[in-house]
Write a protein that binds this ligand. Sequence first.
Ligand code: HSE
Length: 309
Amino acid sequence: MKKSVRAFAPATVANVSCGFDILGFAIDELGDQVEVTLRDEPGLRVVLIEGDGGRLPYEADKNTCTVAIQAMLDHHGFEGGMEISLYKGLPLGSGMGSSAASAAAALIAANTLLGDPYDKKELVNFAVEAERIACGAAHADNVAPSLLGGFVLIRDYHPLDVIKLPVPKGLYCTLLHPHLELNTSDSRSVLKKQLSLKDATIQSGNIAGLISGLYQSDFELISRSLKDVIAEPTRALLIPGFYELRIAIQRIGALGSGISGSGPTIFVLSPSRKVAEEVAIAGQEVFAQIGLEVDAFISEVNDKGAYVI
Ligand code: HSE
């Protein structure tokens, strides 16, 4: 009998405004599934991809599932083969960590087949190779929270130092996904290459404030800290309705909003489910006014991360 393992990995919000490339959190329910099956012949083979509209590559050196697993197998020394089936639950180019969820689910399934030689933090090292293929930058702020769940800080990349942060009770996220597509590589190309000392100071203050706010469950502090002077000023120009939404959600008591990863999805943090639901309604109105369809999704922060089904 063939040995198979199927795993789920959640969507994620990377950056969380002030944490460009160093902070992310996981979302409930939304995500990708990957089934990995051992086979006798060596090598990795993608045998099925569903839910991508025929757009993702089957080539093992281009698919984020196989690239991540290959990085793990190269480290492990495993010489057998694996077949991979990918079931996409996440839209491509949405800013919800779609490529990361595929890689994270693939790694959890393959690692289980090998008898769990790696823990989730170690798997982040392999998952970033998938991001390198997907967008040209081996950023970890989607793959780390997708694997570990909760809020995750990437304190350093060389070597990776991944730190799980506390999740305040009662914190809700509304994701608003306007029907647009943005490639992470394109969204990275619009970023300014130099940072002024003034902006570095502002960003450092806010990331420190946000992390303190998470530790102290201080919603006011979290709200004051959700500011981004690095990526948002240029990227927001690619997302119609971004600033209109920000004004609308302030009126209903949300903590703040920002671009989810590289966009176009916008995340809004709220101090209760009720406010998060009002944000979803306000968001639909804002986007309706500019003639854009939008999907709204409400979630608590998922503290579990990727798991075997
Ligand atoms: N930190 C990455 C970026 C996340 O902003 O480009 C991409 O989802």
